[in-house]
Write a protein that binds this ligand. Structure first.
Ligand code: GUN
Ligand code: ZN
Length: 443
């Protein structure tokens, strides 16, 4: 191959950059992150080829490589949303209810519309547009109970060359008949979807029982059996989101020691299992979550919107038995696609619970922390040679107020704090997927 062919797909960007190498809940911030005030990041064949200080990288680049300069910006790994419902994009901001009433009144109505493939395709298209506009490059996504909603989701992800996790909701009770399956049908349809999508390009399947209250024991048993047949797939569900839900699950599963024990009993916990919320958990449950390698998706805007409660980040990240935690929107109960807004909400939830959450920790939860929760930290969530070139360019002066406020920041932590407290979709200057610009904000 001629040299010019080898280098044909190379592109490079230059700006300040930040990435994590470790967990800032377990170590000091300085020891677990790389901050470069003037970095160059080189991309080729969908991956990061080089990343380092500009004065080191620049002399190594051939004359054919143009370097795109982003002033007043920060290159970050793409944000990762570790729990989100794409069919609920049409009911975001439907308020006034607690979880179970919100599901009955809005969610279970909206999700029935996904029997129509055109509707599913259009919603998926809009969903991915919004992810990219907000700098989210990977997400763990709930579809509806109907396989067509999953096909629409993965087809759109594949078209955009994105690394995505998703699955068909399993639900065989406590929902309208038009939105339920059976243990056998749920198993068969999920299996067919795994065969169709899992491992294709950058797509991953998640076996997705909605939550213990909407699946019979037979369905959870079948889900566990399916996971054992396809151990490289994921499991995703909900856990201990509200007190009323905890009480309901306790009544439905009287033989189990607690909510998490229901999933444990049916073989649905461990690495590559992701549970949204985890607000009402005992210390014994936290210990089991930690030792099993199960991950929790922290969904702060959703928890505030539904009034579900305050997630205990200190309990989750207890250094004696740390749990993998990813940040998540949980849209449509969550109120924003923006992981910056979600970080700000996580900070507010921590404060209301009498806890601290640094900006460094919040950015970690939305990038490398979430990648660790998804067991994908060898591919996404950090800036380093060999990683997928999924990244964003954050505009550090995206509004007049932020531009003004940034003049009065002295440290990186302060600057990150301002970005997470005041920033939103306008802060995303560009989103790169597999080395290509997938979204660029209008100049
Ligand atoms: N628990 C069961 N289903 C759902 C859902 O769709 N959203 C939220 N927030 N919690 C749930
Ligand atoms: Zn959810």
């Amino acid at each position: 191959m001629a040299d010019n062919e080898v280098d044909a797909g190379i592109s490079a960007i230059r700006s300040a950059a930040l990435s994590f190498t470790g967990d800032p809940f377990a170590a000091t911030a300085e020891t677990c992150m790389t901050y470069l005030s003037d970095a160059i990041l080189v991309m080729a064949a969908g991956r990061i080829r080089q990343f380092g200080p500009a004065d080191e990288i620049l002399p190594t680049l051939g004359p054919e490589v143009t370097v795109e300069l982003y002033p007043d910006s920060l290159i970050l790994p793409g944000f990762i949303d570790s729990h989100v419902h794409y069919p609920q994009i049409q009911i975001i901001g439907a308020g006034g209810e607690t979880l179970i009433d919100w599901l009955d009144k809005y969610t279970f109505i909206a999700e029935q519309a996904y029997d129509d493939p055109d509707h599913a395709q259009q919603a998926a298209h809009r969903f991915f547009d919004e992810l990219l506009r907000n700098g989210t490059t990977t997400a763990a996504v709930f579809c509806t109970v109907r396989p067509g909603s999953v096909d629409a989701f993965f087809a759109e992800a594949q078209k955009r060359a994105m690394r995505m996790i998703g699955g068909k909701v399993l639900m065989d009770r406590h929902a309208p008949a038009a939105l339920t399956d059976t243990a056998q049908r749920g198993y068969d349809e999920s299996k067919a979807l795994i065969e169709r999508w899992h491992g294709r390009d950058r797509l991953h399947y998640a076996i997705t029982p909605r939550f213990a209250a909407s699946s019979t024991p037979e369905q959870l048993k079948a889900a566990g059996a399916l996971w054992r047949e396809y151990p490289t797939t994921y499991v995703q569900s909900h856990l201990a989101e509200t007190q009323a839900e905890n009480e309901w699950v306790a009544a439905l599963y009287p033989d189990r020691a607690g909510y998490f024990d229901v999933y444990d009993h049916f073989g649905l916990i461990g690495e590559r299992s992701l549970y949204g919320h985890g607000i009402y958990l005992s210390e014994a449950e936290w210990q089991r979550i930690a030792e099993s390698g199960t991950a929790i998706a922290h969904c702060p805007t959703s928890n505030m919107f539904l009034g579900s409660g305050l997630f205990n980040i200190g309990a989750a990240k207890n250094p004696d038995r740390p749990v993998r935690v990813g940040l998540a929107t949980d849209l449509g109960a969550g109120t924003s696609f923006s992981m910056l807004r979600t970080m700000a909400a996580a900070y507010n939830v921590a404060r209301l619970g009498g806890q601290a959450l640094s900006a460094v920790q919040a950015f970690y939860l939305a990038t490398r922390g979430a990648a660790e929760a998804l067991m994908l930290d060898d591919k996404i969530g950090s800036l380093a040679p060999g990683m997928d070139a999924d990244l964003i360019v954050l505009d550090l002066k995206s509004t007049p107020l932020i531009a003004y406020r940034m003049q009065f920041t002295d440290t990186l932590e302060e600057a990150l704090f301002v970005q997470m407290t005041l920033g939103d979709d306008r802060a995303i200057r560009a989103t790169y997927i597999a080395g290509d610009v997938a979204y660029e904000r209008a100049r």
